[in-house]
Every structure is written in C-alpha cells, then in structure tokens.
Design a protein around this ligand. Structure first.
Ligand code: CA2
Length: 147
C-alpha cells in the first residue's frame, strides 16, 4: 500500500521556532521518523508540504490520479479555514487521517474548528510527531481488515 503524507503551511519551520508547542524535531526529522515506521510496516510513503492552499488541493487530486491508498494530512492553519481542502478530500474519496502535533481543541478558540475533519476517517491530535506514526498504523490496519 502507498500513503501520502501532506503537511500545510509553516510545517517546514518545525524545530526552528515555538519548540514549546511543536517540539525540537525538524520537518526532515519528521519525514525520517515516518519513513522508518513505514519501512517497518512494509508501506510505501511519500511526502508533500506546501504553504499554498491551491497546491495542497492539487496534491490531493494528484493522489487520486496516482491511486494512493491513504492520505495523512496536517493542514496546519488551513485546518481552521479551508472548505477547499475539505472538498478535495471528499472528492477523491481516499481514506484520510487528520493529524495535529498539538491539540488545537485546547488552544485558542479559532483553532477549535476543523473543516477537513468531517471528510476524515480519524483525527489524531496532541500526540506530537508520534501522531503521524499512529495515523500510518491506523491506515495500514484498516486496509488489512478490508482485504
Ligand atoms: O498542531 C498542529 O499540528 C497544527 O496543525 C499546527 C499548525 C497550527 O496552525 C494548527 O492550529 C495546529 C501550525 C503549523 C506549524 O507552525 C509552526 C510555527 C512555528 C514554528 C514551527 C511550526
């Protein structure tokens, strides 16, 4: 199975600022962690990060053309604003897990809304970078039970 991991705006800044919220690991560290877990699980994984909403929509549509089996998405700030990302995930119909490093529900009020959530099979939040690994295992286990 092949899984696409999508990260939204500023996620390339991980480990550089606000370590008290997002930790000290960099975006490169995150990719390495996920790749190691994917290899352990026998899953193919690829990555996409953009600061641009339309580019994220394009990546979701491309995942459909590429017959990707699952998407892990941290839309970052677009979580709280983007109907376009919600529509894209709904449109492609690919099992998608929403991940947040922090727990947006225990932060500012404006972070409590997630548009994309209603198109996702699960949300993992507040688990740090480990949340991405949990999402990976979730998608893998779901695929196994549906064989
Ligand atoms: O907790 C999460 O994963 C978030 O999706 C991260 C977003 C935030 O807007 C969401 O509410 C919750 C922020 C993306 C990363 O922003 C950084 C800012 C400075 C340094 C490192 C990352």
């Amino acid at each position: 199975m092949n899984i696409l991991v999508i990260n939204g705006p500023n996620m390339n800044m991980l480990g550089i600022r606000q370590p008290e919220i997002y930790g000290r690991a960099t975006y490169e560290d995150l990719k390495a962690m996920i790749s190691a877990e994917a290899e352990r699980l026998g899953v193919q994984v690829s990555f996409f990060q953009s600061n641009h909403e339309g580019a994220l929509v394009d990546a979701i549509q491309q995942a459909y053309l590429d017959k990707v089996d699952g998407i892990i998405i941290n839309p970052a700030a677009y979580t709280h604003t983007s109907v376009a990302l919600l529509d894209a995930v709904k449109a492609v119909g690919i099992p998608t897990v929403e991940v947040h490093i922090s727990d947006p529900d225990s932060r500012e009020e404006f972070r409590h809304v997630s548009y994309v959530r209603q198109a996702c099979i699960a949300t993992v939040k507040g688990r740090g970078l480990e949340g991405y690994l949990e999402a990976l295992r979730l998608l893998r286990d779901r695929a196994k039970t549906q064989l």
